[in-house]
Design a protein around this ligand. Structure first.
Ligand SMILES: [Fe+2]
Length: 128
């Protein structure tokens, strides 16, 4: 799989949130690489979850302070992502399922990242 590359068109107009998104891209690429380079996907998924939660909390606080509409729905997309990740973490330890789960997870993560940043997050571009 080719790595995901953050592009200027993904900028939400806030440098620190852009940096968070770049870091998420980097972790997602490492999850993808773990299928061939021997890195531990369990550790990487833990890292992804803790960084995503940290980022979501910050993003939600900034949205709340700026009174951006749609916060409840936005928070729900964050909550569902963490829930999906939690389910993946609970099943990834099954050796017979690991490869196929990681393959599906990589597809999902790439799709989610693009949809979330370019769809949901863009709604606050230039306002926080
Ligand atoms: Fe978001």
């Amino acid at each position: 799989m080719d790595p995901v590359v953050w592009q200027e068109s993904w900028s939400v107009g806030n440098d620190s949130l852009d940096d968070d998104h770049k870091r998420l891209v980097s972790i997602i690429n490492r999850v993808s690489d773990s299928m061939s380079d021997g890195q531990d996907p369990v550790w990487l998924l833990n890292d992804l979850k803790s960084y995503a939660k940290y980022h979501f909390d910050r993003e939600e606080a900034l949205m709340e302070a700026a009174e951006i509409e749609g916060l409840v729905e936005h928070k729900e997309t964050h909550r569902m992502f963490v829930e999906w990740l939690t389910t993946l973490q609970a099943t990834i330890n099954l050796p017979e399922a690991r490869f196929i789960l990681l393959e599906a997870a990589n597809e999902y993560l790439r799709d989610w990242l693009g949809r979330h940043i370019l769809g949901t997050d863009m709604q606050y571009k230039g306002r926080i």
